[in-house]
Design a binder for this molecule. Structure first.
Ligand code: SF4
Length: 656
């Protein structure tokens, strides 16, 4: 059956009024913004009043699917949570896999949007009887995995429902709380779990069966068949113990080798994202000792504790998100006694590994499981612990402040106890549960020392001193501090120059110093990276799929076949630019000064490190931000110029 890949409908829920209603949206909205993050930007800009309290009734929390989800495309099972972030005060979004994205569409919607505050804990249930709010007092206080299990049993039978829920962190309004799905996976960033908790919405339970259509499903299948062959390629990989040597080789090379994402996908197929744990430390990609250290503080004999083979040895089964040919996920043994847990991602392993000088894998598995159950972002949580450890080591915190914990680097028992404090919001943990920026305001006074974030959000475990693109994107993206929004390595892997005329093409080898220039060429690449990211977030595509490269993964062709359009890659990139610009306009309307989102100087090498893989490197963040703003048409202060607003057809938004 052929048709549109979108339903043209959303579910609008007012928790205060206890109402759920369907709303039809015009085709013109999809023509301008596609679906996914684009649709969300258009709706939230209009429906969240300026200055709304992120934890108040006027904030709107969205659960959105992607335009291509449910069509015969690959990697298109990602869903996103959106809303005004209580952590940063900016546009907030978070991305997750699993099968919630198809479930939203199978219920007949492109997105579900929730405003208001319920007088009591509720769940939103959507099934064959329609959408309704159901009392959830009995679930309040349960962890995210218990909650999902209970709801699947309660509403299972036949087709299993898909569940998104919060754990205790969201209920307790921790500003680093995420939204959980699939027994502990998480849309972790931007603190949107706290928005859900403030609304007293414990869970969304979706059980629909409507098929998703596309204009030319046969063409889509043929495109997918061709892309699939890359995942069948057998590339021999060395054992995990050789991975530090790869990092040493990369850091020793006088030139940068342009990264090919085909290799990355092979690594992820074998080990998942933790494949590069030790490589990253040696290479200078993974921050060490709260961004002050290097491989010299966490050498290979120590990081051997997080060898990817040791993680893989605990893997009981692999799993994949909906429509994914790669399967980077895994269920692992938690404790060797029958307990199971998700394989920890690279971000979690390094946030609780090198960042704290810890190499106890057993403890990292246990912490990962605790955070998944609590519904707390592991990047932010690990960063908060690292910040507290630094203060303790410098004598600015004592055992009187920590509840008796000796927060010495590598003291994993103290780390685990502090994580429990954070989940329970007790003692020092109560402060850290709202992220490092707020904790620093209380503990450090006006000094930002050691509180590494961008715009209030803790940054991920990829060091901008190695790849300055991380500093730029963490600082200029309307959701600050997100590593998935862009980097120079991603630009290399996306290979956009093969499809979009006029974009810079990096050589197979290029000079290291060229990365640190605020040049027009680097800015053009970064803008293309941003636009492509927004485009694939509108489509619902996993970025690990995009790593394959735009010449191998047929995103533009899938979109044309799904929609019956004949747009060029450049025209699709313009849609990405429209989404990026509208998200920026959202921030400006909220009174955010884009210059204030700049990444913490320590992560940008200001001052530069004196030792380690990134010694002597400093990123000219402000100049790079200026170059980016100029290239995208946002003016010197990060404000989209009237010409840009006009060119993108966003005039009706700028007048609000
Ligand atoms: S690559 Fe991994 S995260 Fe991406 S869709 Fe596949 S299983 Fe999910």
């Amino acid at each position: 059956m052929t048709g549109k890949p979108y339903s043209g409908k959303i579910l609008w829920v007012d928790l205060g009024a206890g109402e759920c209603r369907e709303e039809a949206l015009p085709d013109s909205l999809y023509e301008q913004f596609l679906s996914g993050l684009g649709l969300a930007a258009a709706l939230l800009y209009r429906r969240i009043p300026a200055g709304a309290d992120p934890l108040g009734p006027d904030n709107v929390l969205g659960f959105i699917s992607g335009l291509l989800t449910g069509t015969p495309s690959l990697f298109t099972g990602r869903w996103m949570a959106v809303g005004k972030s209580p952590l940063t005060g900016t546009w907030g979004d978070a991305n997750c896999g699993g099968r919630l994205s198809p479930a939203i569409k199978q219920c007949g919607y492109d997105g579900i949007f929730v405003r208001g505050i319920s007088p009591r804990p509720v769940i939103l249930l959507v099934d064959a009887q329609g959408a309704r709010l159901v009392d959830a007092q009995d679930l309040w206080g349960q962890d995210a995995i218990e909650t999902e299990r209970t709801l699947r049993e309660r509403y299972g039978g036949g087709r299993q429902p898909a569940v998104a829920c919060i754990g205790p962190a969201g209920e307790r309004l921790s500003l680093i709380a995420g939204i959980c799905h699939d027994y502990g996976r998480m849309a972790a960033r931007s603190g949107l779990g706290a928005v859900m908790g403030a609304k007293r919405l414990k869970a969304v339970v979706l059980k629909g069966a409507r098929p998703v259509q596309s204009a030319d499903p046969e063409k889509m299948k043929a495109l997918s068949k061709r892309a699939r062959r890359f995942y069948k390629l057998n590339v021999p990989l060395p054992p995990g113990r050789f991975m530090p040597a790869l990092g040493v080789l990369l850091r020793s090379m006088p030139l940068i080798l342009r990264m090919d994402g085909l290799i990355t996908t092979k690594l992820y197929q074998k080990w998942g994202t933790s494949s590069l744990n030790q490589t990253s430390v040696e290479w200078g990609d993974s921050p060490v000792k709260n961004w002050q250290g290097s491989y010299l503080d966490y050498p290979a004999r120590v990081s051997a504790g997080i060898d990817p083979d040791k993680i893989r040895a605990r893997e009981l089964k692999k799993y994949r998100c909906y429509a994914c040919p790669l399967a980077c996920g895994g269920i692992c043994s938690l404790d060797g006694k029958g307990g199971e847990t998700h394989k920890p991602e690279y971000e979690t392993v390094m946030s609780f590994g090198g960042l704290l000088l810890n190499n106890d894998l057993e403890a990292i598995f246990a912490i990962n499981d605790r955070l998944n159950r609590a519904g707390m972002d592991s990047i932010s949580a690990g960063s908060a612990v690292a910040f507290a450890m630094e203060l303790y080591e410098k004598g600015r915190l004592t055992q009187a402040d920590t509840g008796g914990l000796e927060l010495r680097w590598g003291n994993v028992a103290a780390v685990q106890a502090l994580v429990e404090q954070m989940i329970a919001r007790e003692g020092l943990g109560n402060l850290l549960a709202d992220g490092v920026k707020r904790a620093a305001q209380r503990l450090n006074g006006s000094s930002p020392e050691g509180a590494v974030h961008a715009g209030g959000q803790e940054i991920s475990m990829h060091d901008p001193r190695l790849d300055p693109g991380y500093a730029l994107h963490a600082s200029v993206d309307p959701t600050p501090g997100r590593h998935t929004t862009g980097s120079q390595i991603y630009y290399d892997m996306y290979r956009l120059w093969t499809r979009v005329p006029g974009l810079p093409r990096p050589g197979l080898f290029y000079s290291r110093s060229s990365r640190y220039r605020a040049s027009a060429e680097n800015a053009a690449a970064a803008v293309a990276n941003s636009c492509y990211t927004q485009l694939f977030n509108a489509a619902g595509l996993c970025m690990f799929g995009a790593f394959l490269g735009a010449d191998r993964l047929p995103l533009f062709e899938w979109l044309n076949a799904a929609l019956g359009w004949h747009k060029s890659p450049a025209e699709y990139m313009q849609i990405g630019k429209r989404i990026q610009t509208l998200r920026q306009m959202f921030n400006l309307r909220e009174g955010i000064d884009p210059r204030a989102l700049k990444i913490h100087p320590r992560a940008a090498g200001q001052p530069p490190q004196s030792a380690g893989a990134n010694r002597g490197r400093s990123v000219p963040v402000e100049a790079m931000m200026q170059a980016y703003w100029q290239a995208i048409g946002w003016g010197d202060d990060g404000r989209p110029t009237p010409e840009t607003v006009r060119e993108l057809g966003l005039g009706e938004y700028s007048q609000r």
